[in-house]
Ligand binder design. Structure first.
Ligand code: 4AD
Ligand code: MG
Length: 465
């Protein structure tokens, strides 16, 4: 394959060939030199490393060399030779240079000096050209690939669940409405309510918060499925761990009980982290050096150690006994905040924790009810620096119990009838969980803000680009 008529820089840097003609294309990171020779660091995104282009000033038109500034895009034909400098094994001795696109230094925002992550968020359309975002985006790709590989190798089917739905899977009500009604002139029925029968789908619809409910339909036929797609939550949470649009991976397995579910979640996370260590080391080393000195050690630690498994009730006891003053007070029945989760993981156990058997009142309606009448077979996987990375459960498979819970919570049976029906015909024990893709990436890259592990973040008051 011609690869656009060039050899990728990642390949050139590994190549054993010398004194051969090559063509390289990419964006200028820096140019330096003197009146005899110019050194241009070129990057094409195939690796964190640049290739050095050396141009003999006398052999090139002065006007052409002037156009080679940070951000410009070049084609360079030349000889691949051993590098005299210590920074790289090879360099390209330029014979011919073509400037595809200039980048005026007066206006191009990404200059050589380092920029703050906050500033880069404002120019998210350009930040993939930085070392940091190049590394993050390559790791993001590698993790997406590893997720599909993990499930494919284990006989799970990739199920595409709808993005537009009429139900609220998590029962949390934080949904974005989808409508084609004219907001300036909303049709009303005789009772004065919005007349959704005139809307595009003939009823009220929203963007999905989770593919789980449809995923369960798949699992109760194909045995093991997973989803991997965007999900949407209109929670007004401006935190470093929440996005309004995020990607989620949701495996769902027939015949799995909570124990099996925990085992899968732990194996899955370790596989993904090991995959990053085995395949993304260049980028991880860069991030380790620039942002988070403990990153690679932390990744290794998680791969090598068993996760702690603990009852919610025991977790609460530990928090109460800690003597710590938390911003949100602890008591049995409260939903854990990130400060509580991180205390358990980072200070008490110093390991990832799987917390199970949560109070039913703080968890979704579909979770299997325990015999104590108070708790459900929920599991959250809690990670250092992140808090909750996975949420899941064994599902309530009993029609009567599920129906009663839906009624108790005053949920709409009209929108859930098909889900309830799965418990009428051929119901089976089953379990599943959801991994937040960007939470995983926060952990694997060591970045501190979820806005910096997705190309174009959507958060309250922000949908630029
Ligand atoms: O715990 P959650 O809400 O669980 C579900 O949606 C279930 N339907 C999953 C299942 O059992 N199939 O979300 C799952 C995970 C969380 O643990 C977290 O990692 C991530 O999704 N997540 C978010 N990530 C970024 N921004 C947000 N606003 C998120 N909300 C949840
Ligand atoms: Mg959760």
């Amino acid at each position: 394959m011609s690869n656009g008529g060039r050899t990728k820089i990642s390949e050139l840097l590994k190549s054993a060939d010398r004194n051969v003609e090559v063509t390289v294309k990419g964006w200028v990171r820096t140019k330096r030199g003197n009146k005899n020779v110019a050194f241009v660091a070129l990057n094409d995104g195939s690796t964190i490393h640049n290739i050095q282009v050396v141009a003999d000033v006398a052999s090139f038109d002065e006007e052409l060399l002037k156009k080679i500034t940070t951000g410009a895009c070049l084609r360079v034909d030349g000889l691949l030779v051993d590098s005299l400098g210590s920074g790289q094994p090879v360099e390209v001795q330029a014979r011919r240079i073509e400037v595809y696109g200039t980048a005026d230094p007066e206006s191009y925002p990404l200059q050589k000096k380092g920029h703050s992550l906050e500033f880069l968020r404002e120019i998210a359309y350009l930040r993939p050209r930085t070392n940091t975002f190049g590394a993050v985006l390559r790791i993001r790709h590698a993790m997406a690939y590893a997720i599909h590989k993990y499930f494919n190798d284990r006989g799970f089917y990739y199920l595409h669940t709808p993005l537009i739905t009429g139900s609220d899977a998590e029962g949390a009500g934080a949904m974005f409405q989808v409508t084609t009604l004219d907001l300036e002139n909303v049709p009303r029925n005789p009772e004065g309510k919005v007349d959704y029968s005139q809307d595009f789908f003939g009823k009220e619809c929203n963007l999905t918060v989770s593919g789980q409910l449809e995923g369960e339909l798949g699992a109760l036929a194909l045995s093991q499925i997973y989803t991997f797609g965007p999900t949407f939550r209109a929670e007004n949470s401006n935190t470093p761990r929440h996005l309004a649009e995020f990607w989620m991976i949701e495996p769902e397995m027939a015949f799995y009980e909570l124990e099996d579910n925990m085992e899968l979640a732990e194996d899955f996370l370790k596989y993904l982290i090991r995959y990053a260590l085995d395949n993304c080391m260049d980028d991880l080393e860069f991030l380790n050096k620039m942002f988070d000195e403990g990153l690679i050690d932390r990744l290794r630690f998680v791969v090598e150690n068993d996760f702690v498994r603990l009852d919610y009730t025991e977790g609460i006891d530990i928090l109460l006994a800690s003597g710590r003053k938390f911003e949100f007070p602890v008591a049995w029945g409260v939903d854990l905040q990130s400060e509580h989760e991180r205390y358990l993981v980072e200070e008490h156990f110093k390991k990832p924790v799987i917390l199970i058997n949560y109070p039913k009142d703080i968890k979704a309606f579909y979770m299997k009810q325990n015999d104590d009448g108070k708790t459900v077979r929920a599991m959250d996987v809690l990670f250092p620096k992140i808090g909750e990375i996975i949420g899941g459960s064994e599902r309530e498979a009993d029609y009567g119990k599920l129906n009663a819970r839906v009624e108790e919570l005053g949920m709409s049976k009209e929108s859930l009838w098909w889900y309830l029906d799965t418990r009428r015909w051929g119901s089976a024990p089953h379990s599943g969980f959801g991994l937040g893709f960007e939470r995983l990436l926060l952990f694997v890259t060591g970045m501190g803000n979820i806005r910096d592990v997705i190309p174009f973040p959507r958060t309250p008051k922000n949908a630029e680009f």
